[in-house]
Design a protein around this ligand. Structure first.
Ligand code: AP5
Ligand code: MG
Length: 192
């Protein structure tokens, strides 16, 4: 059972590295941002509700996110582990992970003699590099105003999770301001 959680600001490489590790570790890459963008493009009820928040760079309300994540994690391909990218993103979501997700999987893994390995990783990258990377990428929410607001939302709501997981001795800090290959090799050392 491999369980990886990626924290890190917008543009830090969560999606890039999660996709690579998903191939190596053979567990699904679960990006809440990607799932939401699919809902937006398919114009589902959830997509219609989430769109304005995403365009502004605000977090989509927890009441919409938690069911979506629960549903994704209950699919058969997630039974053997997962890589979460962009979730949890505030203390309420982290509490949900502790109570609903990790306890269930401990339960699941209880016959497997401690085979469960959880890694919580923060990718650290300076703001000016983040802005440069995102402006070069150019997703619909990658304009300068929204990027700066996403960074503010990150500092206010997501960065407190660094302390949350540090206090629990669960956090690995990785320098995300290296080449993509070097970040991957640092990650492989922490997860192995
Ligand atoms: P989300 O899709 O999660 O976006 P984000 O957190 O802003 O992060 P990004 O996807 O922009 O960056 P990334 O860290 O994945 O970096 P990437 O690998 O792409 O969320 C979008 C929105 O959805 C949120 O604003 C919110 O509204 C909503 N949402 C999502 N989850 C939510 C939740 N849990 N609760 C509530 N709302 C939620 O890399 C960025 C660029 O840099 C790429 O072009 C890449 O090629 C390049 N790059 C990557 N690594 C390197 C490197 N080492 N060197 C040079 N370039 C690199
Ligand atoms: Mg991403």
């Amino acid at each position: 059972m491999v369980q990886v959680i990626f924290l890190g600001p917008p543009g830090s490489g969560k999606g890039t590295q999660a996709a690579r590790l998903s191939n190596v570790l053979q567990v699904p890459h679960i990006s809440t941002g990607d799932i939401l963008r699919t809902h937006v493009s398919q114009e589902t009820d959830l997509g219609k509700q989430a769109k304005a928040y995403m365009n502004r760079g605000d977090l989509v309300p927890d009441q919409l996110i938690l069911d979506m994540v629960q549903d994704r994690l209950s699919q058969p391909d997630a039974e053997g582990g997962w890589i979460l990218d962009g979730f949890p993103r505030n203390v309420a979501q982290a509490t949900f992970v502790e109570k609903e997700v990790l306890q269930n999987s401990e339960h699941h893994a209880s016959g497997m003699e401690g085979n469960s390995a959880l890694s919580i990783i923060n990718l650290d990258v300076p703001d000016e590099i983040l802005i440069e990377r995102l402006l070069a990428r150019g997703r619909t929410d990658d304009n300068e105003q929204t990027i700066r607001y996403r960074l503010q939302v990150y500092r206010e709501q997501t960065a407190p999770l660094i302390q949350f997981y540090t206090e629990r001795n669960q956090l690995s800090q990785i320098n995300g301001n290296l080449s993509m290959d070097d970040v991957t090799s640092e990650l492989t050392k922490v997860i192995a």
